[in-house]
Design a protein around this ligand. Sequence first.
Ligand SMILES: [Zn+2]
Length: 489
Amino acid sequence: MHRRILAPGALAAASLLLAVPASAAGHSPGAPGIGDPYYPYYGNGGYDVSHYDLRLQYQPATDELSGTATILARTTQDLSSFDLDFLLDVSEVRVNGAKAAFTTSGQHELVVTPASPLDKGTQVTVVVRYSGVPSTKSAYGFSTWHRTPDGAVAADEPESAWWWYPSNDHPLDKATYDVSVAVPDGTQVISNGLLQSSSSQRGWTRYNWRQNKPQATYLTTLAVGRFDITTSTSEGGVPVVNAYSKDLGDNDGAARASVERTGELVDWLSGYFGPYPFSSAGGYVPNTTTGYALETQSRVYYSPKQFANGSNTSVVVHELAHQWYGDDVSLKGWKDIWLNEGFARYAQWLWSEHEGEGTTQELADYVYASHPADDAFWTVRPGDPGPDDQFDIAVYDRGALAVQALRNAVGDDAFFTILKGWPKEYAYGNASVADFEAYAEKVSGKSLSGLFDAWLFEPTKPAAAALRAAGVPVQPRSWKKIEATNDVH
Ligand SMILES: [Zn+2]
């Protein structure tokens, strides 16, 4: 149906050169990875997803998840087959309505061979019917599916999708989402965006969540459990939806005292980063035993442990800053992680200054002085840290130092223009560290390659000239709260 008509001579030449079967002349398998050197098998080649429609059912008592994923995509090459990243058990795949052959490969590849090859540049609808117990599945020896006493949570970086929906699992392929999950009455479902509706039938309640802006796969979250949900609207007009496990125990008060500040902090960050980019904001605190937080789009994931020592607005600022730096503008490759973490950490410094607990310069001076030149801290290159050091503390702290060095080099006017202009320049898209450097040079009119090289790419402690450190700085009052967020994403 989609087969190309080739002149006999051309067909013979193609067969000789490529030795492909005549039935799929010119069509080849999509790559099992999207081309990220940090994670060669993450994401896939040959297509671009525009929308995921997930219609699922989940039973907390047994951890059984089942349902259907309908994926809308466009091919970017002539395809004889293509991969999805997925771990659960697939019973049927259809491509453009017709049953497709499928098999598994590698650690997390679902290889789909459509009945007819797919031509480049065409719309494709893929339906995957599946079921399974996510907690029994692993890849590379690990699982990021978090069971809780009352349900489960999918929220992790860079991997979380494999355990609950088939995808092109890389931030380069962002898409919109409808996430519909039925759970036993009395249990709630939390996901991204806005709750469109919910209804109960025969003991099951179905929740329909919608994310109407492009979203990376790792930023798509699912939480099932017994939650108390709060809704409000920020002074600036952003709808806020937060959720708290009903079993947070002693952490309940501190969690709410932090996360209920979301609307206020979204408005405050808008002053630096521009209008909030999504249809809603918020966070949720499930009763997991994890320790981190994650910038899941429009609905931040917080571990209860983040609030074990009392409230912490600094972690809320960090994760909300990611809504612009990481979620609205997503990285092109995982080596670009500084664009996420350097700026989210710097937002914590701005909040410290706002609260009168230490200026960004005082924090920069303190971090700089805290790490002597022979500290391994300086061997981590935030501009390309390598997969093992992707979330090393240096990506955060040296990364924020780089932001302060940029500010001092270009001056406050240009710096704050860059800070606010960047999310607009690459809105809902992807960008690299090189793109940021080019943008900062364009806005400031200055050559910044020496500065970026020294602070992001050299495995040594940069000279202090770009900072204004003098003497041994005292520890800023905000430091302990910021340090307490060292485990977050
Ligand atoms: Zn972060």
